[in-house]
Design a protein around this ligand. Structure first.
Ligand code: NAD
Ligand code: UFG
Length: 344
């Protein structure tokens, strides 16, 4: 019998792509999301891509009693915990909102899981927990660092909470997936990243400049210690990332009690490299201006991705050109994302 997998935050960007990959492999997918940063249309699109139905609960992870009911009624074997607020800038302005949603929400989920005896959790962590590491590529044994914002700290604390839970209750299996920079979209162009308002991440910003919604890309600094002075990141195609989750579900039995795994390509690209790749894909220039550094940004972040290959048998398949092509297809087909398209 294929496992029954609950995706908290499964209507979101990474959750919806993971739902597609799990359904394609025959897993039973149940989505639990309050739609605070997503749309039900994403779930309908996942159903369209896969030809399968998804059981969806519009609910909050802060509701421990309801979570318990869903875990029992749906006979959940594994939880993939995507649900979180993720806007770095907003977390600086409203730290309590972020700590409440992300930390209290995670405590609520873990309590529900403990109470009903559901003991497998795969967690959406982030390269942000490394802070500003002294060495690259970053391996999983590089100690966690100093985060520059409450969002980052919430990820770091959540990792610690799950690790402590495993120590107290070794039956709990915890997989901490540290994502680097997910970009791109499903090849169908039906699902993708749908930021609210003006995007704060690079790729959605470039896409909106390319489609004419925004005027030019603001490059935050060209005096970093990198090959061209602009910030370097390890961009990973969201479909590759989604498949990493499937591998984590498949390999759960053989993993250690708490397993930390980087999901990344192992290659670093600068802001200018990404703009160049995007220009090649769309066949026209992307206007940009060099501006001052954004507070909290680091020079470079890219991973050693060999542990994922060794432990999960997973490695990224798509390159930066695929990522730009697929982001562009999604942007063209859905210039205003899900919700606003619905209202047109
Ligand atoms: P997203 O905002 O698209 O998805 C998160 C989902 O969680 C949304 O659908 C939102 O409605 C839901 N949610 C939030 N709070 C909730 C609550 N209290 N109850 C129920 N649902 C709730 O974000 P994403 O990019 O898909 O990210 C998924 C996870 O991966 C997040 O935990 C994020 O922190 C983490 N992550 C993302 C990135 C990235 O760059 N996108 C990088 C590293 C880690
Ligand atoms: N950048 C620009 N202009 C923009 C946006 C970004 O020049 O308009 C630059 C940044 O300075 C950085 C690079 O592009 O050098 C990537 O920036 P993103 O905002 O796309 O991504 P970050 O690496 O800053 O942060 C992302 C997620 C965080 C997560 C982190 C590590 O947004 O949530 O990756 O996983 F914590």
């Amino acid at each position: 019998m294929k496992k029954r997998v609950l995706l908290t935050g499964g209507a979101g960007y990474i959750g919806s792509h993971t739902a597609v990959e799990l359904l394609d492999k025959g897993y039973n997918v149940i989505i639990y999301d309050n739609l605070s940063n997503s749309s039900k249309i994403a779930i309908e699109r996942v159903e369209k891509i896969t030809g399968k139905n998804i059981k969806f609960y519009k609910a909050d992870i802060l509701d421990t009693e309801f979570l318990k009911k869903v875990l029992i009624d749906e006979k959940i074997d594994v939880v993939i915990h995507f649900a979180a607020l993720k806007a770095v800038g907003e977390s600086v302005k409203n730290p309590l909102k972020y700590y409440h949603n992300n930390l209290t929400g995670t405590l609520s989920l873990l309590k529900a899981m403990e109470d009903v005896g559901c003991k497998n959790i795969i967690f959406s962590s982030s390269a942000t927990v490394y802070g500003d590491p002294e060495v690259t590529p970053i391996t999983e044994d590089v100690p966690k660092g100093f985060c520059t914002n409450p969002y980052g700290w919430s990820k770091s604390f959540m990792e610690q909470i799950m690790t402590d839970l495993h120590t107290a209750n070794p039956d709990f299996k915890v997989v901490l997936l540290r994502y680097f920079n997910p970009i791109g979209a499903h090849k169908s162009g039906l699902i993708g990243e749908d930021p609210q308002g003006i995007p704060s991440n690079l790729l959605p910003y470039i896409s909106q400049v390319a489609v004419g919604e925004l005027e030019y890309v603001h490059i935050f600094g060209d005096d970093y210690k990198t090959h061209d002075g602009t910030g370097v990141r390890d961009y990973i195609h969201v479909v590759d990332l989604a498949r990493g989750h499937v591998k984590a579900v498949e390999n759960l039995e053989k993993l250690n009690g708490v397993e930390i795994i980087n999901l990344a390509t192992g290659k670093g690209y600068s802001v200018l490299d990404v703009i160049k790749s995007f220009e090649e894909v769309i066949g026209k220039k992307i206007p940009y201006k060099i501006e001052k550094r954004r507070a909290g940004d680091i020079d470079k972040s890219f991973a050693d991705a060999s542990k994922a290959k060794k432990v999960l048998g997973w490695q990224a398949q798509y390159d930066i050109k695929d990522m730009c092509e697929d982001a562009w297809r999604w942007q063209k087909m859905n210039p205003r994302g899900y919700e606003r398209e619905e209202k047109i």
